[in-house]
Design a protein around this ligand. Sequence first.
Ligand SMILES: Nc1ncnc2c1ncn2[C@@H]1O[C@H](COP(=O)(O)OP(=O)(O)O)[C@@H](O)[C@H]1O
Ligand SMILES: [Mg+2]
Length: 368
Amino acid sequence: MSERIRVAVVFGGRSSEHAISCISAGSVLRALDRERYDVVPIGVTPDGRWVLEADEPDRLAITDGTLPRVDARGTSIVLAADPTRPDLEVHEANQVPESLGTVDVVFPVLHGPFGEDGTIQGLLEMAGVPYVGSGVLASAVAMDKGAMKTVFAQAGLEQSPYVVVTDRDWRRRREQVLEQVATLGLPVFVKPARAGSSLGITKVKAAADLADAIEEARRHDPRVVVEASVEAAREIECGVLVDADGEPRASVCAEIVVTGDHEFYDFEAKYLDDAADLVVPADLDPAVSERVRDLAVRAFEALGCEGLARCDFFVAPDGRVLVNEVNTMPGFTSISMFPRVWAESGVDYPELVDRLVVDALRRGTGLR
Ligand SMILES: Nc1ncnc2c1ncn2[C@@H]1O[C@H](COP(=O)(O)OP(=O)(O)O)[C@@H](O)[C@H]1O
Ligand SMILES: [Mg+2]
């Protein structure tokens, strides 16, 4: 039998999506075939410490209404940003560092800043360890809604009109900013540039509420994006996964139908209230569905994504398809949208995880 591939699954992390990452990692750990893979679960605590975790997927679930988190009592470990020291090392106070050997590939199941934004990707590039998903640039650009929109605009992908409000703009020329935002009309969505899970997002219907909404977004990120609302839009998402030759392929489309009294797909609708139905596949006109799938691959390529991404769109009542955002490490629990659209497209969860690991090994690190 050939040697097993050693995969480090890194999860948790410093962003507000710590718990979601833990749940995703539980599903990944459960799916990795132990005949083929030697698995090293690595947790990152909310304050950023790397610890060796137990290989117990069941612990990484919501139990009795409590969200999972990384067990900070684990042994501290370090991966040096140095390709000549490829070993994972145990670092405990007053002890000689002990080697845990090398890993062949890292699966960073991390969402949000310090994970999905190019930072851990940069560390892994420095260390020379291949990893699942997009590289530094695509991860960083897709994390920043302002930068992402610039790339989409350049690539000719239609999106809702928007204004980026930097920290300096807001502090030094607030009146001009508000004038510029007024050209978008109402309602608008006000968003932190680099957040996720709808945190800090407000739908604003009256000009008098704009400044407060910008301040609210600024509690999450000093850079803010304001964009025109696509009213009565359908929210359609599409998974992109690269095939064995590295070609990006689109999944079937899915629709998010927000129910109850949620005005949009906000944090509560996403995680708490059970107030959103994921319809897979989406009930779409075949021509619209093809258009979304084509745009998903174009958005993926425009950003230079690798491995996987979930591409999110609005389909306006007049039939226009507008790109909203691309997530380079989408929710990855077995019931999340990305695995579901792939299951519907004939790729089940274990195969999905497998394909991502193989793709990471195929690509390797460095300029490519
Ligand atoms: N321009 C828009 N028009 C209509 N709805 C929007 C718009 N922007 C955001 N939304 C709503 O807000 C939700 C969250 O916005 P999004 O940009 O996807 O942020 P996040 O990265 O937090 O998911 C969307 O899923 C959608 O329901
Ligand atoms: Mg979104």
